[in-house]
Design a protein around this ligand. Sequence first.
Ligand code: PEP
Length: 251
Amino acid sequence: MTRQKFFAGNWKLWGTQAEAKALIAALATGIQGSKHRILVAPPYTALAAVKQAVKGGPILVGAQDCSALESGARTGEISVGMLKELGVDVIILGHSERRQFHNETDKLVNDKLKLALKHGFEVIYCNGETLAEREAGKASEVVIRQTKEALAGLSEADLGRLTIAYEPVWAIGTGKTATPKDANDIHQVIRKTIAELYTKKAADAIIIQYGGSVKPDNVKELMAMSDIDGALVGGASLKADSFLAICTFDK
Ligand code: PEP
C-alpha cells in the first residue's frame, strides 16, 4: 500500500515570531508542489504568526503539546480550545521531552490524545525506548506497551487522524540515528500491534514517522524502508535549507 509521506518540524524552544515568519517565508517556495505532507510545530507564542504566514499554502501548523483539561486551574497550560482558536491543525503528544522533563505518563498522554481527537485535531503521537531499554533488549516490548496504552479507548475511525512517531529517546538531538533496518523493525512491530488491536487495513493505512537526528544526509536511506512514512525532525527543521532537503529528499 502506498502511504503519503509526512514530514513534521518540531521547533521545540526555538522561534520568536520574527524568526518563525522568516523561516516560513524561506520554506514556502521550496515546498511548493511537494507531494508529501509538511508540518511545522512552533512554540505556542509563534502559532498565530505561523498560521498567518502559511495562509493559502500547503504547510500545516502543529502545536507541541496541549493540556489534558479543557479548562481549569492549570497555570501555564494551553487548552485545546485555545489551539482551535488559533487554527492549529495537528497536536504533537507524548514527546519524550514531555515524558522526561514534565513526568508525562502513558495514561496522561492517552487522556490528551482522546481530548485532542474529540476536538477534531489530528495528532502526532510519539513513543520510543530509552538507551537502557534498548540495551536490555526491550525496545519492542516498550513500544508495544506504549502504543497499547496510548490508543486505549480509540476507535478505528480515530486512527484516521493519528500519526505515530517512533522516536528512540537515545537518538533525539544526539546525532545518533537508528539504522534504517533497526528503525524499520520497530515500525513493523508498531504496525503489527495496530493490526492486532484493530484490523490489517488500519495497520496498513497508519502513517508511522521516524524521529531521531534525521538529517539531509540520512533521510534517503530511512525513507527507502518499507514501513517508514516520513519523519519528525527537531534540530534540522530549524534551518530552511536542511528542512527543505529532508522534505524534498526524492526530488
Ligand atoms: C524531535 O525532537 O522529535 C527530534 C527527533 O529531534 P532531533 O531531530 O533533533 O533528533
